[in-house]
Design a protein around this ligand. Structure first.
Ligand SMILES: Cc1cc2nc3c(=O)[nH]c(=O)nc-3n(C[C@H](O)[C@H](O)[C@H](O)COP(=O)(O)OP(=O)(O)OC[C@H]3O[C@@H](n4cnc5c(N)ncnc54)[C@H](O)[C@@H]3O)c2cc1C
Length: 390
């Protein structure tokens, strides 16, 4: 197979890139190791920044998002049995977040690409990228039990944190900066109307909890757990009991419902520098991982491919490659800002094993400050809705 841009991975990064390129007449083929049904059902992130929403709407894939997405103008921080509202829109000149499941974004993008004649090869797992030294990349992939090849001008590795794109770069050409957090999140999707209108980030003696939602009838809830916990050690009754304890506040009642899905997500930070090697470009989780506390993974992925699409359009149009050469540097400014914000939110909202009462009291002081100082609240708000410039 032959194309202009070979894209590995039909997650948000790969699909948005393919969509943006097509709008400028650039051809791409997306290789996806899973089947269509699997990627359309994979429950992950659900908080879209203002900039992500604006991009999806402006490029014609925002109609359902506009109808079904839940626009939120604030979030709640809850600690010491009290609720404190961070007025996102008021503090950021009207910007907001939209709650809309990642799998819905993926569904909309796949439908749009296929309707426009775009090529997405499902159950096509890339196994390696050759020809990088000769500037003639070839993605080798397996499909239907056969090894095939995709020849292209450039490769965009949008294949997540365990993809093959990054592994195809020679050792020594990139550096990895990473840290792991000694906490994880047990997340559930429950068939019950949310017990809150806005997201609640709660810090308590027992640890962190988050009450989020996906629709007026589906709630998404998380409790801090240990990274080595087995979901089997979290039967439904234990999950609800911890949620009740960690979200407790006078006058607040948490509604329970059947648990539709349950999973544990590790908390880690990773940045790959640079995010490119010759004609291979890394985007999204393939280039960086952020702990979920900042709700940024998907948004960062979309920002990378917005920059990459602009650079590729310029290259195909005029032959100028300065934007492509500057791709990594252009992305990394936001990547590191978001890393810091996600690390800060994680430190502020979790209890860590072995820490002292001193640490707990420092954290409460930080929370009180964020909720009582307009300047501190604005710092949280502008990062949470997504900075316009970094
Ligand atoms: C389990 C989990 C839970 C998460 N929960 C949250 C959350 O609650 N809140 C939040 O803000 N963020 C969350 N995130 C982060 C967020 O979902 C990601 O940042 C986002 O999916 C990044 O998009 P992406 O397109 O870069 O990567 P992905 O969405 O991972 O897409 C990569 C795609 O590449 C495909 N692929 C991988 N290898 C190959 C290959 N060799 N050949 C072909 N295709 C391949 C994969 O199947 C996948 O479809 C979660 C992530 C994970 C992994």
């Amino acid at each position: 197979m032959l194309t202009q841009v070979g894209i590995v991975g039909a997650g948000p990064a790969g699909l948005v890139l393919s969509h943006l390129l097509a709008r400028d007449g650039i051809e791409s083929v997306v290789l996806e190791s899973r089947d269509r049904d699997y990627v359309e059902r994979r429950v992950r992130a659900g908080v879209l920044e203002q900039g992500t929403v604006d991009l999806l709407k402006a490029t014609g894939v925002g109609a359902r998002l506009e109808r079904e997405g839940l626009v939120h103008h604030g979030i709640e921080l809850r600690f010491e049995g009290q609720a404190h509202r961070i007025a996102l829109s008021e503090l950021t000149g009207g910007r907001a977040i939209t709650v809309y499941g990642q799998q819905e974004v993926v569904k909309d993008l796949i439908a749009a690409r296929l309707a426009a004649g775009g090529r997405i090869e499902f159950e096509a797992a890339a196994v390696g990228v050759d020809g990088l030294e000769e500037d003639a990349p070839v993605v080798r992939y397996r499909q239907g039990g056969q090894e095939r090849q995709l020849r292209c001008d450039v490769v965009a590795a949008c294949d997540g944190s365990h993809g093959v794109g990054r592994e195809s770069i020679p050792a020594g050409a990139i550096a990895l900066y990473e840290t792991e957090y000694p906490v994880a999140w047990l997340g559930i999707l429950a068939k019950v109307a949310p017990s809150t209108e806005e997201l609640i980030y709660s810090y308590s003696q027992g640890g962190f909890a988050l009450h989020s939602m996906r629709s007026p009838t589906i709630s998404r809830l998380y409790v801090q757990c240990r990274p080595d916990d087995d979901p089997a050690s979290w039967p439904d009754e234990r999950v609800w009991s911890e949620l009740h304890a960690r979200l407790a506040m006078p006058g607040f009642a948490l509604a329970e419902g059947p648990i539709l899905e349950k999973g544990i997500t590790a908390m880690r930070s990773l940045v790959v520098e640079p995010m490119q090697y010759r004609r291979l470009y890394l985007a999204g989780d393939a280039a960086h991982i952020v702990p979920a506390t900042g709700a940024k993974g998907l948004n960062l992925a979309v920002n990378d491919v917005r920059i990459l699409a602009d650079a590729l359009v310029e290259w195909y149009r005029s032959g100028r490659d300065d934007l492509l050469r500057g791709y990594s540097a252009a992305c990394l400014r936001r990547v590191w800002r978001v890393q810091h914000f996600s690390w800060w939110m994680t430190q502020m909202l979790h209890r860590f094993e072995g820490e002292s009462e001193f640490d707990h009291r420092l954290r409460l002081s930080q929370l009180r400050y964020v909720c009582s100082s307009r300047a501190a609240a604005t710092t949280l708000a502008e990062n949470y809705v997504g900075l316009e410039t970094v």
